[in-house]
Ligand binder design. Sequence first.
Ligand code: SAM
Length: 156
Amino acid sequence: MRIQLCVVGRLKVGPERSLIDDYLKRFDRIGRGLSLGPATVSEVEDRKGGGMGAEAVLLKRAVPSGARLCVMDERGKAMSSPAFSEMICGWRDQGAQDAAFVIGGADGVDPELRESADNVLSFGKMVWPHMLARVMLAEQLYRAAAIAAGTPYHRA
Ligand SMILES: C[S@@+](CC[C@H](N)C(=O)[O-])C[C@H]1O[C@@H](n2cnc3c(N)ncnc32)[C@H](O)[C@@H]1O
């Protein structure tokens, strides 16, 4: 099952970008034997400044058709890492070819797009900058694959 991170804004080369690349590379490596991945990042940018609504149009286009959709939002459901791993493996076991994770821009994710998601997930009630949310999601994807593979990375 391919994984698409659909995000608003272009991330320049820097520490966040290196971490994302590193976690996604690790996810791909461990996910290969689990039919998970590859994970790719699709960055969209609303150059005309149309805000959340215009970003939602671009984000929807970046989501592969038929993909399981998970929107990241501070108002969403908090999940443990093992439960997150089970959710992803469950989608794979149901035969999903793609799963997409959406991270919004400065104004957040358009409510209509949020309501259309299979799941709305939260990293807690605090609001994080979108580039840090990307890093956290990339790490959780790697952790989810490590849990599914039974490696000792996750120790809880
Ligand atoms: C700067 S935040 C948007 C903030 C917010 N909705 C607002 O109105 O201030 C950018 C994106 O990062 C992600 N994000 C930030 N904090 C999050 C959290 N606690 N849980 C899940 N996603 C989060 C969401 O996808 C959000 O759309």
